[in-house]
Design a protein around this ligand. Structure first.
Ligand code: C6P
Length: 419
């Protein structure tokens, strides 16, 4: 049987090859409302291949134990698999050292960890944090909370009508007051790929650190945290074919070492007396309590899967799907795309003159097509484009042009109903 890389490397991934690749994802053969499922809500969460499900089953059947605690064989197996998963993540994002990889529950927790720990230790009244108009709420609210607690100010990079960040305005925002820039690598609501490498260099010239929210980037693009020179880079496992409940905070070692712990408890200490405690080394200082062992191991299996497909192959195929979907949807009468950046990944957001996005979502669901409708936890982005919500289709490596056709047919049906 051909590997996922071979399947995807064939020109434009033929239907037959994709069908074989799709066999790795049992859920894709599910029927909904009596129709074949067409799953186009991958930005919310992707489906999981057998390889991930199988690895987690083996863990629970043969290795399950607590980590870093036991001297018995099972605990050693679990610890080896868990720490092996950390090494796998390190290689995946090309971090310099394995201790720069902190396991969290996901992107949201990773950002809150930085805001609470680094933020409270370093941000003072009069300082500024820079975000953009098109951030996910996870990359807005923790900074608002930090600013409210410290007296710092939140500054916002504007976005043009295509959904691209205005870099001249960004340059103007940066000053000696800027402590941190927190930006998404890829917008979940619009699909814009932001020029983060350039933006990081600009922030560093102004003396500011940069946190990159990579939740929507890691499933689609090759990410190299050293090449980007990101200070913090965060993402979730469940959007990249891994399980829910596991995510990553990458931080440069010197920054993590200087940061105080966030949560207290077991495993994050070096010693405890009733008077005082001292902290473990990084990354354990930030991993209080029993970690999410099985899901970390599942995430490593997901990385193996994605790497075996070849991220560059995935990127090329998803780009082709996006171009195909953009052309087809643009031809639907009364449909307006929201987010038309020159550089986009795997996400297509749109509104119809005649129907509210929630009606669109409900009707296409009846035809087996799963898309997301709403504000996508990006209300400021919706406000910027003057819409309360959009309908959003988002792609993964297993999607096909036939599925895009099914979406377009379902949308045409909505247009017929609403006139
Ligand atoms: N976006 C979407 O449908 P969590 O929930 O912690 O795994 O990820 C939060 C998050 C942070 N940043 C970006 C850019 C995201 O897209 C998300 C999750 C999902 O778009 C659920 S709202």
């Amino acid at each position: 049987m051909a590997s996922p890389a071979e399947l995807l490397a064939t020109p434009a991934a033929t239907a037959l090859d994709l069908a074989r690749l799709r066999d790795d994802f049992p859920i894709l053969s599910t029927k909904v409302h009596g129709r074949q499922l067409v799953y186009l809500d991958n930005a919310a969460t992707s489906q999981k291949p057998r390889q991930v499900l199988e690895r987690m089953r083996v863990y629970y059947e043969q290795e399950n134990s607590n980590v870093h605690r036991g001297v018995h064989e099972l605990s050693e197996r679990a610890t080896a698999a868990f720490e092996g998963a950390r090494s796998r993540v390190r290689a995946f994002v090309n971090a310099k050292e394995v201790r720069e990889i902190v396991f969290t529950r996901g992107t949201t927790e990773s950002i809150n960890l930085v805001a609470q720990s680094w933020g409270h230790a370093n941000v003072r009244a009069g300082d500024e944090i820079v975000i953009s108009t098109i951030e996910h709420h996870s990359n807005i609210v923790p900074w608002q909370m930090l600013c409210a607690a410290t007296g710092a100010t939140l500054r916002v990079i504007p976005v043009n009508d295509r959904g691209e960040l205005e870099l001249d305005a960004y340059r103007e925002l940066l000053s000696a007051k800027t402590k941190l820039v927190a930006i998404g690598h890829v917008s979940n609501a619009l699909g814009t790929i932001n020029p983060v490498r350039e933006m990081i260099a600009m922030a560093h010239s102004a003396g500011a650190l940069v946190l990159v929210d990579g939740a929507q980037a890691v499933p689609h693009l090759r990410v190299d945290v050293q090449a980007l020179d990101a200070d913090f880079y965060v993402f979730s496992g469940h959007k990249m074919y891994g399980p829910t409940g596991i995510g990553i905070l990458y931080g440069k070692a010197a920054l993590l070492e200087a940061m105080p712990p966030w949560m207290g408890g077991g495993d994050m200490i070096s010693s405890v007396t009733l008077e005082r405690s001292t902290w473990n080394v990084i990354p354990y200082k930030f991993e209080a309590g029993t970690p999410n062992i099985a899901d970390a191991i599942g995430l490593a299996a997901a990385i193996d899967y994605l790497e075996s497909a070849g991220i560059e192959n995935v990127e090329a195929w998803e780009h082709e799907l996006l171009a195909y979907a953009t052309a087809k949807l643009s031809a639907v009468p009364g449909l307006r795309l929201v987010g038309t950046a020159a550089n986009k990944a795997a996400v297509i957001s749109f509104v119809l003159d005649s129907a509210h996005p929630h009606d669109i979502g409900t009707i296409v669901d009846q035809e087996g097509v799963a898309i997301r409708t709403g504000h996508h936890c990006a209300q400021p982005a919706m406000n910027r484009f003057g819409v309360p919500a959009t309908a959003r289709a988002s792609f993964a490596l297993y999607n096909t042009k036939d599925e895009v056709d099914a979406l377009v047919r379902a949308i045409e049906h909505v247009v017929e109903i609403f006139g």
